[in-house]
Design a protein around this ligand. Structure first.
Ligand SMILES: [Zn+2]
Length: 450
């Protein structure tokens, strides 16, 4: 059976991930992401109203026009998890394919919300839920099967999809951390990866997220970030002024730890900001997390400001606002607080906890710098980098190669510079560039079996 891989997006950047795998006549698309930084550098861009071709020209969504060179029909569009760089282009591209979107329940719910917010295109693809550990037959040959393997990442319900073909398995490895003691869900399913590496014809190809390949050692578990956060919050238990925390809204495990520790130090947590309300509300509704009934979630500006007014009246020392704005995003809640645009007043010595790391990218770094300066000018004390990454470091990469024993490896989720450490690492394991280690760019085809 012919096996061909189209590397469409996310091979020259982190963002707008999209890869297609053709097995005979059947094609499966993995991820359809948005490169948000390409959107944010323009003022007042409303992607909801924009046409796909304009967004492609901006470098914001994958240029999927090479899909017409693949001789097969798309049978499924499979986002691995709910981060925007993996699902953000579905509302712009999916309607061009006569195929369902297949993803885990939490991811499907986020896709659904995104498609509903789209105003340019009518995306009518079926949305099919499939959980980790389950499989689905692809096409009519009876020889191709899609499987979801549970992985751990900085968002819940993440999977690595595996396409089983008669030539071996194609494992799409974006994005994960090897977490054996995560906070809200099961550990990564390494047992299944080891089995896939050894059953049938083994693994034909592994497409790998190279984000932290240049960092030594292993990525710590979410339970380490949780203990770090607990240590920080316990240390300011007796502070009788304002404490504010921010983190990734989609990072449900972290938000849930913040809620728990706020209660432990005698403060009432409250979630503020549009995306805080969106992600936590969704996770709660689907039963992934149990948020106490008395924890308010407010997204609209009016209800947020009303809540701030109430906090100022009743006393800042009794509350822990958990807000958006960990990257200094100009319109996010913490940035507005820094600019003095909310009724919440910061006083000398108030604490601001960043349970996040700045995404190393000039736009974010600049915005975050500005936001921190504004907060400090009002007297705030900053607690920074209470966080662990969602991506594998060196040792995790070695362990994955050892578990899967892939015949071919394709580095992904980086630019050329970001691929370099992974290439060194894979070469040390016997792979050779151009033979079975394929460094590629957006818009290329790699034929693995002719
Ligand atoms: Zn991700």
């Amino acid at each position: 059976m012919e096996i061909e891989i189209a590397t469409i997006g996310g091979y020259e950047e982190v963002g707008r991930q999209m890869t297609a795998v053709r097995a005979g006549d059947d094609v499966v698309v993995f991820d359809m992401g948005l490169n948000l930084s390409q959107v944010l550098i323009h003022d007042n861009v409303e992607t909801e109203k924009m046409h796909s071709l304009d967004l492609i020209d901006m470098g914001a969504i994958p240029d999927d026009r090479i899909m017409s060179d693949l001789e097969g029909d798309v049978k499924a569009i499979v986002p691995t998890h709910g981060h925007l760089d993996h699902i953000g282009a579905i509302s712009k591209l999916a309607h061009r394919y006569d195929a369902p979107v297949v993803a885990t329940p939490f991811t499907i719910e986020l896709v659904k919300q995104q498609v509903e917010g789209e105003s340019k295109f009518n995306v009518g693809n079926d949305l099919v839920k499939m959980s980790a550990g389950e499989t689905m037959s692809i096409g009519d040959s009876g020889q191709v099967e899609l499987e979801f393997v549970h992985v751990t990442h900085s968002i819940i319900d993440a999977i690595n999809p595996v396409l089983h073909t008669p030539e071996g398995a194609v494992v799409y490895g974006l994005d994960k951390r090897m977490d054996h003691s995560p906070v809200l869900e099961d550990p990564i399913d390494m047992k299944r990866f080891r089995e896939i590496g050894r059953e049938g014809n083994g693994v034909l190809c592994y497409i790998e997220d190279c984000t932290n390949a240049g960092r030594k050692g292993r990525t710590p578990s979410e339970s380490v970030a949780r203990r770090h956060l607990q240590d920080v919050m316990t240390s300011i238990e007796d502070y009788d002024g304002g404490i504010v925390a921010t983190t990734f809204s989609s990072h449900i495990s972290r938000v849930s730890s913040l809620i728990e520790f706020a209660k432990d130090i005698g403060r009432q947590p409250v979630l503020l900001g549009r995306s805080m309300e969106k992600y936590s509300g969704t996770a709660e509704r689907l039963g992934f997390v149990d948020i106490p009934d008395d924890v308010g979630m407010y997204g609209h500006r009016k209800s947020v400001d009303r809540t701030f007014k109430r906090i100022m009246k009743e006393g800042k020392e009794d509350y822990l606002p958990i807000v958006t704005g960990h990257q200094g995003e100009p319109r996010a809640m913490l940035t507005r607080m820094g600019r003095g645009e909310t009724p919440y007043e910061l006083d000398e010595g108030d604490k601001v906890i960043f349970s996040a790391r700045v995404i190393p990218e000039p736009t974010n770094e600049g915005q975050r710098y500005q936001s921190e300066r504004l907060l400090k000018m009002q007297g705030a004390r900053i607690y920074d980098e209470i966080h662990v990454s969602g991506h594998l470091r060196e040792e995790g990469h070695y362990q994955m190669l050892d578990a899967l024993q892939p015949q071919h490896v394709i580095p992904a989720h980086q630019n050329l510079k970001g691929f370099a450490p992974y290439v060194d690492l894979a070469e040390s394991q016997g792979y050779a560039l151009g033979r079975d280690l394929h460094v590629t760019r957006n818009g290329n085809m790699i034929q693995l079996v002719e």
